[in-house]
Design a protein around this ligand. Structure first.
Ligand SMILES: *[C@@H]1O[C@H](CO)[C@@H](O)[C@H](O)[C@H]1NC(C)=O
Ligand SMILES: *[C@@H]1O[C@H](CO)[C@@H](O)[C@H](O)[C@H]1NC(C)=O
Ligand SMILES: *[C@@H]1O[C@H](CO)[C@@H](O)[C@H](O)[C@H]1NC(C)=O
Ligand SMILES: *[C@@H]1O[C@H](CO)[C@@H](O)[C@H](O)[C@H]1NC(C)=O
Ligand SMILES: [Zn+2]
Length: 170
């Protein structure tokens, strides 16, 4: 019962990830695999997380996540009013669905496609691609991915997760 209360407190205070992932141990390389929360397939590496801020973000904050410090977490809202908390990554293993959409992009100058898990087709986020590749010297700026936090999981988090009740899903 005491444990249960403790977990509830963590959840309520919003410090769930920070407490669960005391980052002091991975500061050296900051690399941790990000897994599909549905099937556990590895879909990205926290090494490739970077900050790409959307001008339309409802909220932007820094969190310590996946062995990295100050990861930019943005709350974005789609035209249907659905909110997503996302992190941006330069690389991810995405199975992109559909054709590039230009309208309603959260990142001006970029088109988007749905990014799904290559293993189980769970929706993971979006792949954004720059429509004009003229200016970019390398491939770095041409595309990136927005990954939905609630659909991914850090690999180092899975062991502790097994012992947690599933209430975080509510
Ligand atoms: C993380 O762990 C280290 C030692 O392992 C400890 O000194 C530090 O206070 C912890 N930080 C947090 C935020 O729990
Ligand atoms: C976290 O994952 C990385 C990459 O596999 C590993 O090197 C590190 O030891 C892990 N840390 C913990 C605390 O499990
Ligand atoms: C994260 O942000 C804190 C506070 O702004 C800063 O002191 C720290 O150096 C930053 N860490 C990294 C790795 O950028
Ligand atoms: C990406 O864009 C930034 C700013 O526009 C620029 O400084 C950087 O050199 C670009 N990187 C590559 C690899 O083109
Ligand atoms: Zn999956």
């Amino acid at each position: 019962m005491i444990n249960l209360l403790f977990i509830l407190l963590l959840y309520a205070s919003g410090s769930w990830y920070i407490v669960a992932e005391n980052t002091s141990r991975f500061e050296k390389n900051g690399q941790e695999l990000l897994l599909c929360r549905k099937c556990g397939a590895d879909v990205a590496d926290s090494y490739y997380l970077f900050s790409k801020e959307s001008p339309g973000a409802q909220k932007t904050e820094k969190q310590n996540l996946f062995g990295r410090q100050n990861v930019t977490v943005q709350t974005l809202v789609n035209p249907f009013g659905i909110k997503f908390e996302i992190v941006t990554a330069k690389k991810a293993r995405c199975e992109n669905i559909g054709t590039n959409q230009g309208a309603d992009s959260w990142f001006p100058g970029y088109t988007w496609r749905i990014c799904t898990c290559p293993h189980c087709t769970q929706h993971l986020g979006w792949t954004f691609e720059s429509s004009k590749s003229i200016d970019s010297k390398g491939d770095d700026n041409k595309s990136f991915h927005g990954l939905i936090l609630s659909n991914i999981l850090g690999e180092n988090f899975t062991d502790s997760l097994i012992m947690m009740p599933k209430m975080y899903k509510m």
